[in-house]
Design a protein around this ligand. Structure first.
Ligand SMILES: *[C@@H]1O[C@H](CO)[C@@H](O)[C@H](O)[C@H]1NC(C)=O
Ligand SMILES: *[C@@H]1O[C@H](CO)[C@@H](O)[C@H](O)[C@H]1NC(C)=O
Length: 382
């Protein structure tokens, strides 16, 4: 009897683990190698370059690509923000724990700016606006704000300042946003002689306002000047790559860069390209400029932003590179920009009707976009 009971206990005990069901979350974690990769070098998320950078304007379109580039290679990134911290929440997982550090700030407050740049080797200023608000005029953002950041950066001993501007920024431009950006460039130069000015053309990518606006408004896309504005669209990850290379290269100190597509397009060409890629007609309606401007001035009075007459002026500004030999471009950084025709589809495929969802990029019979005008380069999203 005792033997029988013992046997029963043994059988019971051995089947017990099988009776306790294991949940999916109870994965056994075992160390596979003895070495933990910590320290300098390119070891992915745990790498550490020893540098600190501050990226003003990080909540914008370009900001996320730059922060991601810096944080993933182990540069500590200070991300100053205003308003809600949700605006920059998406930046936090771009780097390892403690690598992306949010700090609240006000562009009008030099003390807060100083706190943001105190430990930084590099300051990148991407702040820019297409319309004015009650709180901020163009002057306050593009001129005073830019110079304040430059002043404070110089005083705190920051070694590199990269200031983002626009390829259309001219002191005699029609758009007030572009005029102030041009004055901002001058003030930044005065305050921080070694600063790099980056004058970029319109950028495209997942969150852009060029391809996506056309795709989104495919049934009713408003244009001015018969969509004849000249554009040199550049891929946002190319611009981020360029800014990262400028930061990396001591020999670029004080240089001005213009980043633009080697090929010139009109807005109409871009509409045609989107139309072709999404396999659907884009209904674009041309509005006489004075009428659109009046409408936008009324929209300016609204408590929320819909459009602004400053943005209508920007739709009339042609993107024409200066072409001066002193001004550097992608080639000087050894970067081959992406070809618009070959990369645009991934950003707008979701505007296609479902039966064309999986169509490849180049169907037979379409001539205009069949041969890319510049050599194609590897599709890479940074
Ligand atoms: C504008 O400024 C006022 C007063 O300084 C402030 O209460 C408000 O939150 C600001 N609005 C924005 C959008 O920053
Ligand atoms: C920046 O510094 C210059 C002189 O170094 C001064 O004239 C200018 O007012 C300062 N600008 C701002 C916005 O602090």
């Amino acid at each position: 009897m005792r033997r029988f009971l013992l046997l029963l206990t043994l059988v019971g005990a051995s089947s017990l683990p099988r009776l306790i069901r294991r949940g999916k979350a109870d994965v056994t974690v075992r160390r596979t190698t003895g070495e933990v990769l910590v320290g300098r070098g390119t070891y992915g998320r745990q790498s550490w370059t020893g540098q600190t950078a501050t990226v003003f304007g990080c909540s914008g379109f370009l900001g996320r690509y730059i922060v991601a580039r810096l944080a993933r290679e182990g540069t500590k990134v200070i991300v100053p923000y205003r308003g809600l911290s949700e605006y920059i929440r998406h930046l936090r997982p771009t780097g390892d724990l403690g690598m992306v550090i949010p700090m609240e700030f006000d562009l009008r407050n030099p003390v807060q700016i100083e706190e943001c740049v105190r430990y930084s080797d590099v300051v990148i200023n991407l702040i820019g606006r297409n319309y004015e608000t009650k709180n901020f005029s163009f002057d306050q953002v593009h001129v005073e704000g830019a110079q304040r950041i430059a002043n404070v950066s110089r005083e705190s001993g920051v070694s590199r300042l990269i200031h983002m501007s626009s390829i259309c920024a001219k002191t005699d431009a029609q758009s007030q946003a572009l005029v102030t950006k041009a004055f901002g460039e001058e003030r930044v130069r005065e305050s921080f002689p070694g600063a790099n000015i980056v004058r970029s053309a319109t950028m495209y990518g997942y969150e852009d306002e060029l391809l996506n606006n056309i795709g989104k408004n495919k049934h009713f896309y408003l244009t001015v000047n018969n969509a004849q504005q000249k554009l040199r669209p550049v891929c946002v990850s190319d611009v981020a790559h360029a800014i990262d290379s400028i930061r990396d290269d001591e020999s670029t100190v004080g240089q001005t860069f213009e980043l633009y597509n080697p090929k010139e397009y009109t807005r109409k060409d871009i509409i045609d390209l989107v139309q072709f890629l999404i396999r659907e007609k884009v209904w674009h309606v041309n509005i006489p400029t004075p009428l659109f401007r009046t409408f936008a001035k009324v929209a300016d009075l609204m408590p929320f932003h819909y459009t602004s007459h400053h943005e209508i002026d920007m739709l009339l500004a042609d993107e024409i590179p200066t072409g001066e030999p002193a001004i550097k471009t992608f080639a000087d950084l050894g970067i081959q920009p992406h070809t618009l025709e070959l990369t645009a589809l991934q950003y707008i495929r979701h505007y296609r009707p479902s039966q064309h969802e999986e169509d490849p990029i180049e169907p037979k019979g379409y001539k205009a976009f069949r041969k890319p005008p510049v050599p194609a380069c590897k599709v890479h999203l940074g």
